[in-house]
Design a protein around this ligand. Structure first.
Ligand code: GUN
Length: 295
């Protein structure tokens, strides 16, 4: 078998067109534009790249955005005071603190400082808790985007064995929750992580394999079964002196060998990444409309 490509970039384009139309309708009925406040701490090059993709997408769909860049010496208190100012600003609909944060700052306590009604990343315990119990919430953007791929390509999850490799708060953990929920995707779900013994024993049994481990080429063709659907969330920079930038992006799957056995696979880049951005746009519009948490 040779896999068909799950074209995340194309699906994200369609979603962004929908958001753009909805934003237009929203502003034409007398409302101000939705507004996203991004807070970026330090000079992690990956984070700067992601944040510019997010603010560029805002501009495209008609969402106002601003990026506040803080030095990586910023104190925990200064960062939280800044967040509280945006919590209290009626003209700010969504707040996003780009992760990772410097070592001296506890990311979870920062996320808890964000007003959950403005938490367009869906990382606040209120949103995670409501997601876990099936109540309206902001869903984390990458898992939500992966479900948009399943939906667009009519990939059925009900009763399938979904294996999630990676258990981060951003992707693996919320994705596994959504996959396993009776009211969402109804899949039998296994979560693997860095302590999993004999990873292949689990991945080889996956009907749907989602990999968000941040480990280039972790999954090889020998580790998957024929016909598996593969979602590769990894975006790893690997040195490449053939490329102008000195690096290229690669996923957590060894694309050539895995795609020979899979039925469907996401490419890197152009797979899941663009959907994360599109879902952020959608969440920001929901925040502006107060659709999840009416006041
Ligand atoms: N770092 C990597 N992915 C994300 C994301 O989706 N949101 C935020 N805030 N930081 C990230």
């Amino acid at each position: 078998m040779s896999a068909s490509i799950l074209d995340g970039k194309m699906v994200a384009g369609l979603l962004r067109e929908n958001v753009s139309r909805d934003v237009k309708r929203w502003t034409e009925t007398g409302n101000r534009k939705p507004r996203l406040q991004v807070i970026l701490v330090g000079d992690n090059p990956g984070s700067h790249t992601y944040v510019s993709a997010k603010t560029k997408a805002c501009l495209e769909v008609g969402i106002d955005s601003d990026t506040l860049i803080l030095p990586d010496t910023v104190s925990d208190k200064e960062l939280k005071d800044t967040i509280r100012q945006f919590n209290n600003d009626d003209a700010t609909d969504g707040i996003l603190v780009q992760l990772p944060l410097p070592q001296h700052i506890d990311p979870m306590s920062v996320i808890e400082t964000i007003d959950h009604r403005k938490d367009v990343d869906g990382f606040h315990p209120m949103n995670i808790g409501r997601m876990t119990t099936g109540q309206p919430c902001f869903r984390p953007c990458t898992p939500a985007g992966i479900f948009e791929i399943f939906n667009y390509y009519s990939i059925q999850t009900k009763g399938k064995h979904a294996v999630m490799v990676g258990a981060s708060n951003i992707v693996g953990s919320p994705m596994a929750i959504l996959l396993s929920r009776e009211n969402d995707s109804k899949a039998t779900t296994t979560i693997c992580h860095k302590y999993t013994r004999d990873l292949t024993r689990h991945t080889i049994d996956a009907d749907i394999l989602i990999v968000a481990a941040g480990s280039p080429g972790l999954i090889t063709g020998q580790m998957v079964k024929e016909g598996v659907v593969v979602i590769d969330v990894g975006i790893n920079r690997v040195a490449d002196n053939q490329s102008e930038k000195g690096y290229r992006l690669t996923g957590d799957c060894e694309f050539d060998s895995v795609s020979k056995k899979a039925s469907w696979i996401t490419p890197v880049p152009g797979g899941v990444g663009p959907l994360t951005v599109a879902m952020l746009m959608k969440n920001t519009l929901l925040a502006a409309k107060k659709s999840i948490y009416p006041v």
